[in-house]
Design a binder for this molecule. Structure first.
Ligand SMILES: Cc1ncc(COP(=O)(O)O)c(C=O)c1O
Length: 376
């Protein structure tokens, strides 16, 4: 059997990771400024993470959600404390799309409505509701195109106000910082206006913090820069440092009923061990602060590099917009300088390194990028 060929891949076989580095099967060492697509939060193969997962799997890897799972309760408690959302509850699933899927369902159960406001360039995943609120017609199958969603320009309060007042809107879904859309940040005053208008219309505000959350922005959640509280917050990616796990943080106004939501694998024992290791290491190593400090340092240094039109971002979620397409530059960085990076569209280089990077690693990245830009 062959693999279903949906990924345009690099011809590199990664077999090992440690901290901010990965190695291929030939022994080449790469600096990972892509974090396996914003997934690696505490660094590859962190010893505490390896120990906790190994220890857990030797005792119990999985049992279903039909019994008490103390590890889930521990994750909820620790996440509530570290994120500032102690009074919210937690529902655990397996992937980002699934978290958004459940958040949208919860919103609709709550107010009985069906229309959703999303934003241009938004990406929320590939399952049915998640893809329907994603602004990319190429990945929306006809079966998912139910005309329930309006895509509005980001940061335009007037257009938003007109739309939300025009009809009964079930939910607004917005990324803390748009990732796939090219590191676009919702303004604080825009988020505050969205919060206020959602309150006035009993619309549920969903913050997709799947890429921008878990310390990546230099605060635990990117929306905390705007000092607002959403009704639902979705998390994934960095939550398990590579172990598939995601969640929805749920405001106390939502009342759970048996069978309302459910999952076989979500929040299993092994996934919770990974999630606990991540939260413990984040706290012990002050990774949210490191993300903020390293992000500021990088953005300051990078804005002086040639050919870069704009440096955008917060913490370690950084977009470098170039004047011209950067496909070749990205390949050069990877194959010659041995540095992994991400991309958004054709001209934005996306940096999503582990939150644990050191100043030396930041300097190595800056040097490699400078050389890749200026080398002939
Ligand atoms: C903001 C955002 N939401 C949702 C998703 C979907 O997550 P997953 O691929 O785990 O389903 C992604 C993935 O890139 C994302 O960046």
């Amino acid at each position: 059997m062959e693999l279903f060929n949906v990924y345009p891949i690099f011809d590199i076989n990664i077999v090992k990771g440690e901290g901010s580095y990965v190695w291929d099967e030939k022994g080449n060492k790469y600096l990972d400024f892509y974090g396996g697509h914003a997934v690696i939060s505490i660094g590859h193969s962190h010893p505490k993470y390896v120990e906790r997962i190994s220890d857990q799997v030797s005792k119990l890897g999985f049992y279903s959600n039909s019994v008490i799972n103390e590890l889930q309760k521990e994750v909820a408690k620790k996440l509530g404390k570290i994120s500032g959302y102690n009074d919210y509850s937690l529902f655990l699933v397996n992937s980002g799309a699934e978290a958004n899927e459940n958040a949208l369902k919860l919103a609709s159960f709550y107010n009985g409505r069906t229309k959703v406001i999303s934003f241009s360039k938004a990406f929320h995943g590939r399952t049915s509701l998640a893809v329907e609120v994603t602004d990319n017609p190429a990945i929306i199958a006809p079966i998912n195109n139910n005309e329930n969603v309006s895509f509005l320009p980001l940061n335009n309060i007037n257009v938003f106000e007109e739309e939300i007042k025009k009809r009964d809107v079930c939910a607004v879904i917005i990324e803390g910082i748009q990732g796939v859309g090219g590191i676009k940040i919702p303004n604080n005053d825009f988020l505050q206006a969205v919060r206020k208008l959602c309150d006035e219309t009993n619309t549920v505000l969903i913050l997709d913090e799947i890429q921008s959350g878990y310390g990546r922005s230099g605060k635990f959640f990117a929306h905390q820069y705007a000092k607002i509280k959403p009704d639902l917050i979705t998390v994934a990616k960095g939550i398990g440092n590579g172990f598939p796990l995601s969640g929805v943080l749920i405001h106390p106004k939502f009342n759970p009923t048996y069978g309302m939501l459910g999952t076989t694998f979500g929040g299993n024992h092994l996934a919770c061990a990974a999630a606990l290791a991540v939260l413990e290491v984040m706290e012990e190593e002050s990774l949210v602060d490191n993300s903020k400090n390293m992000g500021e340092y990088l953005m300051n240094q990078l804005k002086d590099l040639p050919q870069i039109k704009e440096v955008r971002g917060r913490g370690l979620m950084i977009g470098l917009e170039f004047d011209t397409p950067i496909k070749d530059l990205r390949k050069k960085l990877l194959h010659e300088k041995k540095v992994f990076t991400g991309i958004s569209g054709e001209k934005v280089l996306r940096l999503l390194p582990p939150l644990s990077i050191t100043k030396n690693e930041a300097d190595l990245f800056i040097k490699s990028l400078r050389e890749a830009i200026t080398d002939k």
